[in-house]
Design a protein around this ligand. Structure first.
Ligand code: ADP
Ligand code: ASP
Ligand code: MG
Length: 415
C-alpha cells in the first residue's frame, strides 16, 4: 500500500472545529493508504510561546532563540495539536497515535531555534503505519544527539513533513494550508494573483527564501534533494468535500507552460546597514564581512560606491532585521580596524523580488522591473541578481505598490 504524508498548518489546526475538519480529510485518505500526518501548533500559539520566552529571557538574561530552554517552550504547541488530532481520529474509528520528535525519532543538529534535521530512522513509524495506524507527528521539533528538544525555525513544520515523506518514500507530501496553492504573489497583497498549477523546485526555493512564506524554504531544499513530490492544497473544504487541484512543486522538465517570470515575492525582514567614509583599499570588505561571518550574521545584498572625497568609499549591505543591532555592534567595535567614519542602520526597508526560470534565456527582465518601479516613483536602493531572480531593496512604505506594479508589468494577472 502506498504511503502519503499530509501536513496541516496553524490556521488549519486553529480550534477543535477545524481539527475535526482535518480529521475528516485524514480519515478519507487513510481508507486506502498508509498515512502520516504532520501538524503545526494552533494559529498564534507559537507567537504566544515566543513572547513568553522573551519575558523569561529578560528576567533571566540568558534566554533567546539559540537557547535549549527556548526550544523546550516553543515546541510545546505542536504536542497539543498532535494529541488532539489523534484523539479525534480515534473517536471517528480511525486507529491513530501521536508522535513527538524524540519518539520518532527526528534527529537534528544542535543549532537551537534553527536546527536542521539530519536523520530520521523510520523503522518504528513504518511499523505503526503497517499495523494500520495513522501516525500524527508533531511538526517543527526534533531531538539532538544529546537528547535535547530542538526546533527548526519559524514555519519549520513544512520541513518536518518533507523530511518524513523522504524517510517514508511517500508518493506525495501534501501541504494543507489556508490558500489553495502557490500564487503568482501573496494573495493577501495582490488580489489579482493567480494560482500556479505547477512550479519548479528552483523557483519555489527562491520564492520561499525571498519571503513567500507559503512553504518553509528548507522544506523545498529538502524536497529537491530527495525528489519528494510536494502538493500545496487548501484544508478549507466543506465537510465531506475534496480539496481542489492545488499546486504541484516538481522538476522543471515536468512543466510544459513556459513562463519568463513565475512570481513576485517580498520580505520586510531586512535591515540596511550603511558604512560611510571607508578607506578604498584591498582588505576592507574582508575585514567587515569576515567579522560578521565569524559572529554568524548572514549578509544578503551588498553595494559599494565611491564617496565624494578622494580615496574613500561607502558600503551598504543588508542583514536580517533580527541581526541588525548585533551587526552594528560588531562593526562599531571594529571601527578603528575597519576605518570607517560613520555607520547608520535603516529598518524601514523591504526586499521585493521577481522570480522565474525563464530569465536564464530571456533578456530584458531587469529592464521591465526597473521601468515599472520608476513609473511608480519607487526608488531602488540596492539590487542583487541570480540566474533566476532579481531583487531590489526599497523603502518599506512602497512594498505593496511595488509588488502590484511588478505583478502587472510581467502580465502575471493575465490568464
Ligand atoms: P500555515 O500556517 O498553513 O503553514 P502560512 O501562513 O505559513 O500557513 O503560509 C500560508 C500563507 O502564505 C498564505 O496565507 C499567504 O498569505 C502566504 N503567501 C505568501 N506568498 C504566497 C504565495 N506566493 N502563494 C500563496 N500564499 C502565499
Ligand atoms: N508552529 C511553528 C511556527 O509557527 C511551526 C509551523 O507552523 O510551521 O513557526
Ligand atoms: Mg507555514
Amino acid at each position: 500500500m502506498s504511503r502519503l504524508v499530509m501536513k496541516f498548518g496553524g490556521t488549519s489546526m486553529a480550534d477543535l472545529e477545524r481539527i475535526r475538519r482535518v480529521a475528516g480529510l485524514v480519515a478519507a485518505e487513510a481508507a486506502n493508504r498508509r498515512v502520516a500526518v504532520v501538524v503545526s501548533a494552533m494559529a498564534g500559539k507559537t507567537n504566544e510561546l515566543v513572547a513568553w520566552t522573551d519575558g523569561a529571557g529578560e528576567a533571566a538574561g540568558n534566554l533567546g532563540p539559540s537557547d535549549e530552554e527556548y526550544d523546550a517552550v516553543v515546541a510545546s504547541g505542536e504536542q497539543v495539536t498532535a494529541g488532539l488530532l489523534a484523539m479525534i481520529l480515534r473517536n471517528l474509528g480511525v486507529p491513530a497515535r501521536s508522535w513527538l520528535g524524540w519518539q520518532v525519532p527526528i534527529f537534528t543538529d544542535s543549532a537551537h531555534g534553527r536546527a536542521r534535521i539530519d536523520d530520521i530512522p523510520a523503522a518504528n513509524l513504518i511499523g505503526a503505519l503497517d499495523a494500520g495506524e495513522v501516525a500524527v507527528i508533531a511538526g517543527f521539533q526534533g531531538v539532538t544527539r544529546g537528547g535535547r528538544l530542538a526546533t527548526l525555525g519559524r514555519g519549520g513544520s513544512d520541513t518536518t513533513a518533507v523530511a518524513i515523506a523522504a524517510a517514508l518514500k511517500a508518493e506525495s507530501c501534501d501541504i494543507y494550508t489556508d490558500v489553495d496553492g502557490v500564487y503568482t504573489a501573496d494573495p493577501r497583497i495582490e488580489a489579482k494573483a493567480r494560482r500556479l498549477a505547477k512550479v519548479s523546485y528552483e523557483e519555489m526555493l527562491e520564492m520561499a527564501s525571498l519571503g513567500a512564506k507559503v512553504l518553509h524554504s528548507r522544506s523545498v531544499e529538502m524536497a529537491m534533494a530527495h525528489g519528494v513530490l510536494v502538493r500545496v492544497l487548501s484544508s478549507f473544504v466543506e465537510p465531506g468535500g475534496a480539496p481542489g487541484p492545488g499546486t504541484i512543486v516538481c522538476d522543471e522538465e515536468e512543466i510544459l507552460e513556459k513562463r519568463i517570470v513565475s512570481g513576485v515575492a517580498f520580505s520586510r525582514d531586512e535591515a540596511k546597514i550603511s558604512l560611510f567614509g571607508l578607506p578604498d583599499h584591498p582588505g576592507v570588505s574582508s575585514e567587515i564581512f569576515g567579522r560578521l561571518a565569524d559572529a554568524n550574521v548572514n549578509v544578503d545584498m551588498i553595494v559599494q560606491s565611491h564617496a565624494r572625497s578622494e580615496g574613500a568609499a561607502n558600503m551598504e549591505f543588508t542583514v536580517g532585521r533580527r541581526d541588525a543591532a548585533r551587526a552594528v555592534e560588531i562593526v562599531k567595535s571594529a571601527q578603528s580596524a575597519i576605518g570607517f567614519e560613520e555607520v547608520a542602520v535603516d529598518e524601514e526597508v523591504a526586499k521585493v523580488s521577481v522570480i522565474g526560470v525563464g530569465m536564464r534565456s530571456h533578456a530584458g527582465v531587469a529592464k521591465t522591473m526597473f521601468g515599472a518601479l520608476a513609473e511608480k516613483g519607487v526608488n531602488i536602493q540596492v539590487i542583487s541578481t541570480s540566474e533566476i531572480k532579481i531583487s531590489v531593496l526599497i523603502d518599506a512604505a512602497y512594498t505593496e505598490l511595488a509588488v502590484r506594479a511588478l505583478h502587472a508589468a510581467y502580465g502575471l494577472d493575465q490568464p
